[in-house]
Design a protein around this ligand. Structure first.
Ligand SMILES: Cc1cc2nc3c(=O)[nH]c(=O)nc-3n(C[C@H](O)[C@H](O)[C@H](O)COP(=O)(O)OP(=O)(O)OC[C@H]3O[C@@H](n4cnc5c(N)ncnc54)[C@H](O)[C@@H]3O)c2cc1C
Length: 1006
């Protein structure tokens, strides 16, 4: 055993000895909190319900509501394991006011375990007590989720007030250890960076710095005057780089360069942590002034894991708990070895991690007065006391604030205390032995547990057996993560590159030939309409005729090409899309005014469509036995319909065009692809991509031209068998009607796949989590300027909540970043063209005459088709702005009495595309799931951003024909079912069993 390990064990055992003299009360058996924790540790379902209930409780005002929620969360609990709850629910039905009072008191009591005071005065009581125990403090203001600059400014002001208050109230206090006190000011404030700026966007660290620095400078300045210390807390990974940059930038400014009382947090659960720490140390040495690093494992582990899985990103955190422990120890070594420039603060409740830091410091000859241990208020009390007794410096992290803003903090602490892998639970609840708890964590890391989080070998498993449905594994491709500097730089380079090629001209592509006509259609940059992004040759009727002929001629061979070959074409196209991803995103920024992440999302969706439809084709294309019956086999399979006309809109210029075209191709149809006139460059790119991928001549044809000319002509054409359309209701209904007529010489009944608009509603329940509801409503309404067919245009708010919602909503809208989306981090760019610009302004005028203009943005770029984000209140369901699709950044707010009325209003339109609901009432959520008329219903999240395969997308009523792009049934729209039955009995003899699948019926090659 190494001597360090011997020392760690000795120190650890000493700490445990001292701890066992004062057992931890929060893990004892008595009291409401203790019982809740014990139940939570026993049953995962209870734990989820319990934490959700705690989360909603603070926002409930009436006793009846509390009792109702109690029932909804716990009524289905099985007997036996939660009698406390059963009794509670029964009692609550009889005397609601009493039960809700008791509950509130108990949950407040629970919160008080972790929240050191309601306000600055209140917290002083705690701090004084701790002073008696020789424990220092850092105070943190609760209230992390800021949705507007008003809220961010209020947070900054409260920080300053708190600082003054603490300095005043602690005058004369001395540092408990007496020596090296200059390193550890008494007053210590921990600041949450994200609470100081509501528009932080990982893609745009420069903007965050520009907004955060002016808010932080006065705080740092005042802290310096008051001889106080400021710590930059670390939050989610998305904000990590910005927080580090901000810290270094501010502390290098002349005013703070020689100020040693600033600190920052390093999270050992991050794989990047060591690189970040070394970079900080190098920076610190160049600066030449001490600073502090609080080393922690990290508080957002579950969140980071979920977020990265959802987006297909490499997971930034370690996946095995001992890996975080090992890294904590490695980083402790880096810190202590650089003690000459950095002061270490170890933020851990884990006795092994603590004992390791102590032993290592001793080994390196660092006096115990030169670093400190930090603990959270309300946790690990006996360990704090033990360390004080051992002569170490101890500081407690004391959150201050009301219960409501404190809920997310409380839930994080509850999770931590009940975590299966947590030290506190192991020691104080499960009584794991000291020897176990002090083991070297590197011995506990297993090598197979932590696979690299990026999913390797996607789309590789094509093997099919005759027993199982064939197909490969479909996974959505990852979004670009703009947290990384490298991604930001690639996007900037792509923007420069695409700009340098403005004015390119693209031909039509018919039968594999490049065709130029005597007319070119320009496509302009809506942010700067004097800039022409590119041109495409414009097709007239003769070219349309040629395209139909080419597609018809190519159909024979393509329809008989094996599905596997067709699927592979899509996969090659996906790979090219992926390779050219930044370039294509940059083109979207210029051609259709998409903000960076929206543009990337569109390219990602196109890639996903290719993979998904290839995958689906493999699943459905092998003839499948209809029934197992002796003596006869019947196989159902599909034939393509013929020539498909694909007419796509500009708002998802790559994804929708690619989705419809790739579905047509993979199913064996040939296609004529007509992009929107506003996004013809992107359409031309898709053609280029399919050509590079090897699409045979005539199978896919690119026809740019006017919808009213070639679009109408092709819809009516006798040789067009299928029309896949996404666009406006007016055009969609025209196509539907026209396709219903049978023309002379027509072979097939035309089939129309029609996706149209929406007038989408979201309902905000009286118990909704407003932090989420506001952010998601704002994003749904104003993301991509409200030009998504899924965008929110009617926000329906229950009157009980109305004032609170509106105050935060209007402030949040006022904080939005509107501008040219070439700049990263812009949320609202220009609308697509002048016609849209005029139409939306007309609707705003209509809104002004019908309802009340509650908010309209003011500072807009001087050129470009920028419409100010606009919110109307006092909107009634029969008003035009509540009924007609506006397709711009205009939101109508409707106030309703209750959920009955909310659902009636939400359903009271011609459309049924997307809809949403924010609520924390399980019963209300169930009801909305059942009753909301929308093709895509979203609960407690934004109503835009459907992901292929995960959220098959499309609506009904006047929103569409009920088809679901990116869903399992979609390809069937492009196919004709066929059944082949054979009598396989010969003279009374037949095989016992017929295979479930057979090879496709292929034409003999000649
Ligand atoms: C004073 C103080 C201030 C803090 N400030 C911050 C801050 O600014 N930002 C921040 O993010 N955190 C902060 N924390 C850390 C955080 O809130 C937790 O308290 C801390 O991570 C718990 O670690 P532990 O060493 O006490 O317990 P342990 O039980 O030893 O470790 C638990 C931790 O291990 C990690 N973990 C759990 N499961 C896994 C797994 N499967 N794979 C890998 N890792 C896993 C998680 O980080 C988890 O919190 C602070 C902690 C303290 C004490």
């Amino acid at each position: 055993m190494s001597s360090l390990q011997v020392q760690i064990e000795a120190r650890g055992e000493r700490i445990f000895d001292l701890v066992d003299r004062h057992p931890e009360s929060i893990f004892s058996k008595a009291g409401f909190y203790q019982r809740m924790m014990a139940l939570s540790m026993r049953d995962e379902h209870f734990k989820v319900q319990m934490f959700r209930f705690v989360d909603v409780l603070a926002s409930l005002r009436r006793s009846g509501d509390i009792v109702q929620h109690l029932e909804e969360y716990f009524a289905d609990m099985r007997d036996g394991f939660a009698p406390v709850i059963h009794t509670g629910v029964r009692l609550a039905r009889i005397v609601p006011w009493l039960s809700s009072m008791v509950l509130r008191r108990n949950v407040s009591g629970m919160a008080r375990q972790f929240i050191a005071g309601k306000n600055p005065d209140d917290v002083m009581k705690t701090l004084r007590k701790r002073r008696q125990q020789n424990i220092g403090f850092t105070v943190d203001l609760l209230g992390e989720a800021v949705v507007s600059e008003t809220e961010a400014d209020a947070y900054a002001a409260r920080c300053l007030e708190l600082l003054e208050h603490l300095a005043r109230e602690t005058r004369g206090w001395r540092n408990p250890l007496g020596i090296n006190s200059e390193l550890f000011p008494v007053v210590n404030l921990s600041v949450k960076i994200s609470a100081l700026y509501s528009q932080m966007n990982p893609a745009d660290p420069a903007d965050a710095l520009a907004h955060l620095a002016p808010k932080l400078r006065p705080i740092l300045r005042r802290a310096r005057e008051l001889s106080a210390f400021i710590n930059f807390d670390m939050e989610s990974y998305a904000h990590k780089n910005t927080t580090l940059d901000l810290f270094k930038t501010l502390c290098t400014e002349a005013e703070f360069n020689d100020w040693p009382h600033a600190g920052i947090v390093i999270q050992a659960y991050l794989r990047d942590a060591e690189a970040d720490l070394r970079d900080l140390i190098e920076w610190g040495r160049a600066r030449g002034t001490r600073f502090t690093v609080r080393l922690v494992k990290g508080a957002y582990w579950d969140y980071e894991k979920i977020k990265s899985r959802q987006n297909g990103w490499d997971c930034p955190v370690y996946l095995q708990k001992p890996e975080s422990d090992v890294n904590f120890e490695a980083l402790a070594r880096v810190l202590l070895e650089n003690e000459s420039i950095v002061t270490a603060a170890f933020g851990s409740h884990n006795v092994r991690s603590i004992a390791h830091a102590q032993a290592l410091a001793e080994e390196l000859g660092i006096d115990r007065s030169r670093f400190e241990f930090q603990f959270l208020y309300g946790m690990a009390g006996p360990i704090k006391r033990a360390l004080v007794e051992m002569g170490y410096r101890v500081r407690e992290y004391c959150p201050v604030g009301e219960l409501l803003p404190g809920m997310s903090y409380l839930v994080r602490r509850l999770l931590e205390n009940t975590s299966n892998e947590g030290f506190l639970r192991a020691k104080f609840s499960e009584h794991v032995s000291a020897a176990q708890l002090l083991r070297d964590p590197s011995e506990l890391v297993t090598c197979d547990g932590d696979k690299p989080a990026g999913i390797k070998n996607r789309h590789q498993r094509n093997g099919a057996s005759r027993a199982a449905p064939p197909g490969d594994i479909f996974e959505d491709s990852p979004l670009v993560n703009f947290v990384y500097k490298e991604s930001q730089e690639k996007m900037q380079a792509a923007l420069r590159d695409v700009r340098s090629r403005f004015g390119r001209k693209f031909p039509l592509v018919i039968n594999g030939e490049k065709i130029w006509t005597n007319k070119l259609t320009p496509s302009v940059n809506p942010s700067a309409p004097n800039e022409i992004v590119g041109y495409a040759a414009e097709a007239g009727i003769p070219e349309a005729e040629r395209a139909v002929k080419a597609a018809r001629a190519a159909f024979g061979k393509w329809s008989r090409t094996s599905f596997e070959e067709r699927a592979q074409l899509l996969e090659r196209a996906a790979a090219i899309l992926d390779r050219r991803r930044y370039e294509l995103s940059a083109l979207e920024v210029f051609e259709v005014g998409k903000p960076w992440a929206e543009a990337d999302g569109d390219i990602r969706e196109a890639i996903d469509f290719c993979h998904f439809y290839a995958h689906q084709m493999r699943l459905i294309s092998r003839p499948r036995l209809t029934q197992q019956v002796p003596g006869e086999e019947s196989y159902q399979h599909y034939w393509p319909r013929g020539v498909a006309l694909v007419i796509a809109p500009w708002n998802f210029p790559m994804a929708i065009l690619c989705g419809m075209a790739s579905a047509a191709l993979v199913t064996g149809n040939t296609a004529i692809m007509k992009p929107s006139e506003q996004s013809l460059n992107i359409g031309a790119m898709l053609m280029e991509i399919f050509e590079e991928a090897g699409v045979p001549p005539g199978v896919l044809n690119f026809l740019n031209g006017r919808g009213s000319v070639i679009g109408a002509h092709l819809v009516d054409h006798k040789d067009v068998d299928l029309i896949a359309f996404t666009g406006s209701r007016e055009v969609g209904l025209g196509i539907w009607e026209s396709a219903g007529k049978t023309r002379e010489g027509q072979r097939e009944l035309k089939h129309v796949i029609c996706e149209m608009g929406g007038k989408n509603a979201m309902i905000v329940d009286s118990d909704a989590d407003l932090d989420e509801a506001i952010v998601d409503s704002i994003y749904s309404a104003f993301g991509y300027q409200g030009q998504k067919c899924s965008a929110l245009s009617r926000l329906i708010v229950l009157e009980e909540n109305y004032d609170r919602v509106m105050e935060r909503l209007l402030n949040a809208a006022a904080s939005l970043r509107v501008g040219n989306p070439e700049a990263p981090g812009i949320m609202v760019g220009p609308v697509i063209d002048e016609a849209a610009y005029r139409r939306i302004l007309e609707y705003i005028d209509i809104g002004k005459s019908e309802a009340t203009l509650a908010y309209q943005a003011k500072d807009l770029p001087p050129q470009g088709y920028f419409i100010p984000p606009t919110i109307f209140t006092g909107v009634k369901p029969d008003m035009r702005i509540a009924r007609e699709e506006i397709f711009g950044p205009v939101l109508s707010v409707l106030k309703v009495r209750d959920l009955d009325e909310a659902i009636e209003v939400a359903n009271g339109t011609d459309y049924a595309l997307t809809g949403g609901f924010f609520s924390r009432s399980p019963a209300n959520i169930e009801r909305v799931k059942a009753q909301l008329e929308a093709g895509n219903v979203y609960i407690n999240r934004s109503c835009t951003g459907a992901i292929v395969g995960r959220h098959p997308f499309g609506g009904f009523k006047m929103s569409g024909g009920g088809t679901k792009a990116g869903g399992a049934d979609y390809l069937l729209q492009f196919l004709l079912p066929r059944v082949v039955t054979e009598n396989i009995m010969r003279h009374g003899f037949a095989p016992e069993e017929t295979p479930q699948y057979r090879d496709e019926f292929l034409w003999p090659s000649r």
